[in-house]
Ligand binder design. Structure first.
Ligand code: ASP
Length: 468
């Protein structure tokens, strides 16, 4: 017999079906056993009656989370037992035979709850069990829908998705990069990308004009609040555009995505308000303001753009680059605003130079940021000079960018959204770990796979790595 998915059972009333799934709950009443069965599509109640004695013996053995193949008759529930508004609330399975496909240890925690009450370490260690709970199933399935919506939207707008390398050289994004030792080139290292920033600009140099990617980014940050060492961006870049063009298409996508996939949500103001950095700081004391009228309303989304940021700031104690007096505030590849071009060229009034950067915030979280880029090689060179880079250092690290910009790169700009953070806000979750299938702890540990971990001696020898 072919398998029937649990969501489709009610169309088989009066027929025999084969259902495969997990035991969600088991209630043994001696003479009969109730089993709530669960598969990826839903739940259904099954009852094993005394007249099916072989099945009853089997049902008395099974435990929660065992995997079963159940042959059963689909019966309509008596009127008084119908559960309105619940999938299969009007039907019940009368079990004819049970085949145990796999047994299960007693789960480390209850998976019938929303899981917030369970210690996070144990949830992460047994993440596959945690994934079985309804809330996490919903979050990860919604994530898939959001990603698919984004892909379809950009495809329809003539963007193409391009995969950029994971083994590369460091990109300055204000954090440390993870390094990967090369076995074939001892003492040399790849870096994992902090973002596809340089590659997406090179794709504009390569003539693709409209690029996007659901991109993994890796940043070796100190454990700071709700961060993950690897996270996902919706990264995009376009040629021949103004900052308004990039903001408009991203705003349009966000509005459509929310309206279609989260109909219960209300966007406070459309078009999204645009605040200057100065206004945001003066009025809200932060550059990711929470402008909600009603902070108690879980379904209110208050998006806003923040613009007119200074381009440079004095180097702070946490500067990972450690080169000069000044560093970039957001992105070294950003262009200044037009009226500040000459100051950048002359390296004058550095603290007053404004960048073309635009950030997007929602309910007090920064969910994205981007800019129009310097497509003029001299301007990019000036940025690095202001940051105290020597000619040799510029040559060594950014020769490819200078050459590309000198080889007919069109004007271009883009943005990246923090996809995990956006999903967290859309799903009303308290942190991004709840919307990631396999998150790491706040301290950057993968408790399921036990990473990071010491490398075997043989591997270290092959890599010519010794510890002192
Ligand atoms: N690469 C930038 C970031 O990761 C985003 C952008 O400017 O497109 O923040």
């Amino acid at each position: 017999m072919e398998r029937t998915l649990i969501k489709d059972i009610s169309s088989s009333i009066g027929k025999e079906v084969l259902v495969k799934g997990w035991v969600d709950v088991r209630r043994d009443q001696g003479k009969m056993v109730f089993l709530d069965l669960r598969d990826a599509t839903g739940k259904v109640q099954a009852v094993v009656l005394p007249n099916h004695d072989v099945a009853l013996l089997e049902a008395q053995k099974v435990r929660p989370e065992w995997v079963l193949a159940v042959t059963a008759q689909v019966n309509k529930r008596p009127e008084k037992n119908v559960k309105e508004g619940v999938i299969n609330g009007d039907v019940e399975l009368e079990v004819l035979a049970i085949e145990v496909l796999n047994e299960a240890m007693t789960p480390a925690f209850d998976i019938a709850t929303d899981g917030y009450e369970v210690g996070e370490e144990v949830r992460l260690e047994f993440k596959y069990l945690d994934q079985r709970r309804t809330r996490i199933q919903h979050n990860i399935r919604t994530r898939h829908k959001v990603v698919k919506y984004i892909r379809d939207y950009f495809d329809a707008e003539n963007f193409i998705e391009v995969e950029t390398p994971l083994l590369t050289n460091p990109t300055p994004e204000g954090s440390r990069s993870y390094l990967v030792p090369s076995r074939l080139w001892p003492k040399s290292f790849y870096a994992l990308p902090q973002s596809p920033q340089q590659y997406k600009q090179l794709l504009m140099a390569g003539g693709f004009e409209r690029y996007f990617q659901i991109a993994k980014c890796m940043r070796d940050e100190d454990t700071r609040g709700d961060r993950q060492p690897e996270f996902t961006q919706l990264d995009m870049e376009m040629s021949f555009v103004t900052k308004e063009d990039v903001m408009k298409i991203n705003e349009d996508l966000l509005i459509k995505l929310v309206t279609e996939l989260f109909p219960e949500k209300r966007i406070q103001t459309v078009p999204f308000p645009v605040l200057t950095y100065k206004e945001a700081m003066e009025k809200y004391g932060t550059d990711k303001p929470d402008i909600r009228e009603d902070k108690e309303d879980d379904n209110l989304l208050a998006f806003c753009w923040v613009v007119d940021f200074p381009m440079f700031e004095k180097t702070g104690a946490d500067n990972v680059d450690g080169t000069g007096e000044w560093t970039f505030t957001h992105n070294p590849f950003s262009a200044p605003q037009n009226s500040h071009m000459n100051d950048l060229l002359d390296k004058k009034n550095i603290g007053e130079i404004m960048t073309s950067q635009y950030d997007i915030a929602c309910n007090g979280y920064e969910i994205g940021g981007g800019s129009i880029r310097n497509h003029n090689a001299l301007l990019l060179r000036r940025v690095f000079e202001i940051m105290g880079y020597s000619d040799e250092k510029i040559e060594k690290n950014f020769k490819h960018m200078i050459l590309a910009l000198s080889s007919g790169t069109p004007p271009h700009g883009g943005i990246a959204w923090g996809l995990d953070r956006l999903l967290m806000v859309l799903l009303n979750e308290p942190n991004i770990r709840e919307v990631i299938a396999f998150p790491k702890t706040g301290e950057g540990k993968d408790l399921l796979m036990n990473a990071p971990s010491p490398a075997p001696e043989k591997t270290l020898r092959e890599l010519k790595i010794t510890f002192t």
